[in-house]
Design a protein around this ligand. Structure first.
Ligand code: PLP
Length: 417
């Protein structure tokens, strides 16, 4: 760090103030976490220098003996962790992993069945603004009006009507467990590939806190930086029969040289995930999420689907007369970082939204438990119902003081004593 600070104080300053930002607030973005110093050390290593197009033992560059070791370790650990036939650890991100699935199984114009973005899906699941919606024929399912959970009857109806080549389960704002067995049976019935985008919940699977999609799906893509708590990146695991096709789709079809420093960091993260401490963390993430969803619900901030089985909950703010955009800004002014989110059948535009999404990975990594979730729910409620979106407002100041107290007790990246 000294070298960076003396050469480039501007960027060194950003690094320090970002660390300060993380430490001083409550991070409740469901897709974020606090990766470990071991993961960050691997990321900031000389492995960033190495070109290694190809796969271990089959590279297009010399000098790959050491990075081959790192990639082989990452692959073996991923296979072991998820009980998978095959793993590809080269995707640069969740979106890149998803591109590889399109590359492997679909031709432009082919049909995909996936969850709609406003119902909890992801951009790369066929949204019109994404390559996936521009180049492929995406048919979308949503959630049931009553349960607000996946509308399985609609999934079945659309699958039988449109005969998609690929059926996709997973998304960015799904609080409930997904019935993988249902999707597998349906895919078999119509001869489709069953793909799970487990970006959000794969960390809970790694910690054995929720059921795994791996035995059911042809391919499971994921990010490595959400609940999983690794570096910002992606990966996929699949059945043996699809291994060669997916490897070719990652490289050379979609990507060039793999980021070997990030692959080493993924290996470190997979090792962390196999520990008993990690399993306890994964369960605590869910316990905290359920406690937070309930406590917010008790204050009139209704959790959609009535609660959560995972690390995130989605809350309808219409009952308290606040929009998602207002809530995000008011919480932020009080040191609470969360995001506005569309709720199912949202009457508002996406950039306003009627809901918020909250997640517990970061605060759980900091060591907080269910007791702290009740406090956090109270702080959120006060900030978003009484604040005006400016840090100068007295309520924002009062809530911020309590946030400071909480994060002093449960620090992110604790300072060495
Ligand atoms: N898939 C899902 C379900 C996601 O939630 C995300 C990111 O939020 C992605 C894919 C894309 O991941 P990335 O941002 O690493 O490209």
């Amino acid at each position: 760090f000294d070298a960076l600070q003396s050469f480039d104080p501007d960027i060194a300053g950003v690094l320090l103030s970002e660390l300060d930002r993380i430490r001083s607030g409550l991070q409740l973005i469901a897709s974020e976490n606090l990766s470990s110093p071991a993961v960050i050390t691997a990321l900031g290593s000389t492995l960033t220098n190495k070109y290694a197009e190809g796969y271990p033992g089959r590279r297009y560059y010399g000098g790959c003996a050491e990075v081959d070791k790192a990639e082989n370790i990452a692959i073996e650990r991923a296979k072991e962790l998820f009980g998978a036939d095959h793993a590809n650890v080269q995707p640069h991100s969740g979106a890149s992993a998803n591109q590889a699935v399109y590359g492997a199984f679909l031709q432009p114009g082919d049909t995909l069945l996936a969850m709609a973005l406003p119902m909890g899906g992801h951009l790369t699941h066929g949204a019109k603004v994404s390559f996936s919606g521009k180049w492929f024929n995406a048919v979308h399912y949503g959630v049931d009006k009553q349960t607000e959970d996946i509308d399985y009857a609609e999934v079945e109806r659309l699958a039988k009507e449109h005969k998609p080549k690929v059926i996709l389960a997973g998304g960015s704002a799904i609080p409930r467990l997904i019935d993988f067995e249902f999707f597998r049976k349906l895919a078999d019935e119509i001869g489709a590939i069953f793909w799970v985008d487990a970006a959000h919940f794969i960390g809970l699977v790694a910690g054995k806190a929720i059921p795994s999609p791996v035995p059911y799906a042809d391919v499971v893509t994921f990010t490595t930086h959400k609940v999983l708590r690794g570096p910002r990146s992606g990966a996929l695991v699949c059945k043996a029969e699809h291994a060669a096709k997916l490897d070719k789709a990652v490289f050379p079809m979609m990507q060039g040289g793999p980021q070997m420093h990030t692959i080493a960091a993924k290996a470190v993260n997979f090792k962390e995930c196999a520990t008993p401490e990690y399993a306890a963390y994964a369960q605590q993430v869910i316990d905290n999420s359920q406690a937070l969803a309930k406590a917010l619900g008790d204050k009139g901030i209704r959790p959609t689907t009535g609660g959560t089985d995972t690390h995130l909950s989605l809350h309808d703010l219409q009952g308290i007369g606040v929009t998602g955009a207002e809530a995000e800004q008011r919480a932020d002014a009080a040191g609470i970082v969360l995001n506005k989110n569309a709720i199912p059948f949202d009457p508002q535009k996406p950039n306003i939204a009627s809901g918020i999404r909250v997640g517990t990975p970061s605060v759980t990594t900091q060591g907080m438990g269910t007791e702290q979730m009740v406090t956090i729910a109270d702080l959120i409620h006060r900030a978003i119902t009484q604040g005006d979106g400016t840090p100068e407002h007295q309520v924002a100041k009062d809530v911020k003081a309590q946030v400071t107290e909480l994060v002093t007790q449960f620090p992110a990246y604790p300072r060495a004593k």
